[in-house]
Ligand binder design. Structure first.
Ligand code: ADP
Length: 485
C-alpha cells in the first residue's frame, strides 16, 4: 500500500488542486510563498520609511546647526568690521561670494525692509517683519525656522542674527524634505524591493518543497517508524491509532464471519444429511419421523442463530447511527414490568427444567417503581437473554431470581442470579464475546449460540448501563446491569 492510497496527492504542490467534489484545495506552497513575500515586502517598506525618516532628521539637524554656526560667524565678522548699515552693506556685497553658493544671504532692517539679498533684487522683495525668524531675532538677538515649499519636495532652513546696528542678518539653505528624500530613493528602492520579493519567493518555494517532501516521504503503513519532524508526530500518532483500530476491526470481522459460517454450517450439514437419507429412500419408515424431528430441531437452531445475528446487526447499525437514532430511546421503561414480562414468558421453560423462577421487584404502579429511559423491547431482549442463560446453565431443582432495585448511589439496577453451574472466574470477562462458550457441548445441547451475552452487553451499552458478572454464593452466577442515575 503506497502513500497515495490514503488520498495524499503527490502533485498537490504543483498548483491548485480540485477535490472530487470540485472544492478548490489550498496549495501549501502558495500559502507559504504569499506569506513570506508579503512579510518581506512589508518589512522592506517599513525599513525604507524608517531609514528615510532617520536619515532626513539627522541631515536636517546637521544642516540647521551648520547654518546657525555659519550665520553667527558671519554676523561676528560684520559686527567687528562694519560701523554702520552702509559699511555692512558694502562688506556684504564683497563677501557674499565667500559664503557657499547654495546659501542665501539677506539683510533686513529693524522695520522689515530688505536691504540686501544675494539671490534677488532687494527692492522687489516684500516686507520681512512678519517672518518668525526675523521677529525672534529682533526680540532675542537670534532666531531660526524652517519652511516647506508648496510641493513639499523641499524645505528651507532660516537662521537670523541681529547685528549691532539693529539690522538683521539672515542666512538660508534649501534642502530636500523627507518626501524628497523618499522620492529620490524610490527608484533604487524599487529595485531592492523587487530583489527582496524575488529572494522571498525562492525561499518560500524551497521551504514548501521541503515541507511537502516531508509529508510525501512518510510511510503511512508504519506511521510511527518514520524519522519525521516533531510537528508531524501527533498526526502520525493519530494515523497509527486509526490504522490499529481498522486492523483490529478487520480481524474481528474475519473472526466473526468465520464463526457465523461455522455455526450455520453445522446444522445445515445435519439437515442435509437426514434429508438426503429420506430423499433417497434409505431411511427406514420408522426412522423418518425421528429424522424429521432432528431436522426441525436443527432448523430451529438456525432460526435462533439468524434472529440473534439480526439483533446484533441492528444494534451495531443503531450504534453507528447513534445521532439519527431509528430506535426510540426515549421511553420510560419500568424495570419491574420488564422483569415480570420476561419471567412470565420463560416460566414454562423453567418448569421443564425443574428450575424455580421468581421476581423480586417493587410494584410497577406505585411510587416505588424503578424506571429507566430507553427502549422497552431492547431491555426485554436483554433481560430475556440473561434469564434464559440462568435457566439453561442451571441444575435440577435450581433457582433463578430476577431482582430490580437501586444501588447505594440510587442508580437503577437489574440483577439475575442463579444457583447453576457458574462460570470460572478467569472466563467471566470472555463470556460477553461473540460466539464464546465456556462449555461448547452444553451450550449446543441447550440451544445456545454464543451470541446472547454479546447482545446483552450491546443493549446495556446502548442505555449507558454497565454489566458485570460475579459468582453466587454458594454456587451459580449473578449478572448485574447498573443503569446511569
Ligand atoms: P450461549 O448462547 O452459548 O448461552 P451466551 O453469550 O449467552 O451464549 O453465553 C456465553 C457463555 O457464557 C455460555 O456459553 C455459557 O458458557 C456462559 N454463561 C452464560 N450465562 C451463564 C450462567 N448464568 N451460568 C453459567 N454460565 C453462563
Amino acid at each position: 500500500m503506497g502513500a497515495s492510497s490514503y488520498g495524499v496527492d503527490a502533485h498537490a504542490h504543483d498548483g491548485v488542486q480540485h477535490s472530487p467534489k470540485g472544492k478548490t484545495r489550498r496549495v501549501l506552497s502558495r500559502t507559504i510563498a504569499r506569506t513570506v513575500m508579503a512579510a518581506t515586502a512589508g518589512v522592506a517598506i517599513v525599513c525604507a520609511i524608517l531609514f528615510a525618516l532617520v536619515f532626513y532628521y539627522v541631515v536636517d539637524e546637521r544642516a540647521a546647526s551648520d547654518l546657525e554656526a555659519e550665520c553667527e560667524t558671519f554676523a561676528e565678522v560684520l559686527d567687528t568690521q562694519a560701523v554702520d548699515t552702509e559699511t555692512t552693506l558694502a562688506l556684504l556685497r564683497q563677501d557674499a561670494a565667500v559664503v557657499p553658493s547654495d546659501t542665501r544671504i539677506t539683510l533686513i532692517d529693524e522695520n522689515g525692509t530688505v536691504l540686501f539679498d544675494n539671490r534677488a533684487d532687494a527692492a522687489l522683495l516684500d516686507n520681512h517683519s512678519m517672518r518668525p525668524e526675523v521677529i525672534q531675532a529682533i526680540e532675542t538677538g537670534e532666531g531660526g525656522s524652517g519652511r516647506y515649499s508648496a510641493t513639499l519636495q523641499e524645505e528651507t532652513l532660516y537662521h537670523c542674527v541681529r547685528l549691532n546696528d539693529g539690522s538683521v542678518l539672515r542666512l538660508a539653505v534649501t534642502q530636500s524634505s523627507v518626501w524628497g528624500v523618499l522620492q529620490s530613493l524610490l527608484v533604487p528602492y524599487m529595485a531592492v524591493l523587487a530583489a527582496a520579493v524575488l529572494a522571498a519567493f525562492l525561499a518560500a518555494w524551497a521551504i514548501s518543497r521541503k515541507i511537502a517532501s516531508e509529508f510525501l516521504t512518510v510511510d503511512l503503513d508504519r506511521p510511527l517508524e518514520n524519522d519525521a519532524p516533531q510537528e508531524l508526530v501527533p498526526l502520525l500518532a493519530r494515523l497509527d491509532a486509526q490504522k490499529k483500530s481498522i486492523d483490529a476491526q478487520a480481524a474481528e470481522r474475519r473472526r466473526f464471519t468465520a464463526n457465523v459460517s461455522h455455526e450455520l454450517k453445522t446444522p445445515l450439514t445435519v439437515i442435509s444429511g437426514y434429508a438426503e437419507l429420506i430423499d433417497r429412500g434409505i431411511a427406514r419408515p420408522e426412522d423418518v419421523q425421528k429424522f424429521a424431528g432432528l431436522i426441525h430441531a436443527e432448523a430451529q437452531r438456525m432460526k435462533t442463530l439468524v434472529d440473534e445475528l439480526l439483533t446484533l446487526s441492528r444494534l451495531d447499525d443503531a450504534q453507528a447511527a447513534a445521532e439519527g437514532m431509528r430506535i426510540d430511546m426515549d421511553q420510560d421503561v419500568s424495570l419491574a414490568q420488564v422483569a415480570r414480562t420476561v419471567v412470565a414468558r420463560l416460566e414454562p421453560a423453567a418448569r421443564n427444567r425443574n428450575v424455580a423462577l421468581c421476581v423480586a421487584a417493587p410494584d410497577d404502579d406505585g411510587l416505588s417503581d424503578i424506571a429507566v429511559k430507553g427502549n422497552a423491547r431492547m431491555l426485554e431482549e436483554m433481560t430475556r437473554n440473561l434469564v434464559e442463560n440462568a435457566i439453561r446453565y442451571n441444575v435440577e431443582g435450581g433457582r433463578v431470581t430476577v431482582s430490580v432495585s437501586r444501588d447505594r448511589r440510587g442508580a437503577p439496577m437489574l440483577r439475575v442470579s442463579d444457583t447453576g453451574v457458574g462460570i470460572p472466574p478467569d472466563l467471566r470477562e470472555k463470556v460477553f464475546e461473540r460466539f464464546f462458550c465456556v462449555d461448547e457441548s452444553r451450550s449446543k445441547e441447550t440451544g445456545g449460540t454464543g451470541l446472547g451475552l454479546a447482545i446483552v452487553k450491546h443493549a446495556a451499552q446502548f442505555h449507558g448501563a454497565k454489566v458485570c458478572v460475579y459468582g453466587n454464593d454458594p454456587r451459580g452466577s449473578v449478572f448485574e446491569v447498573t443503569f446511569p442515575l
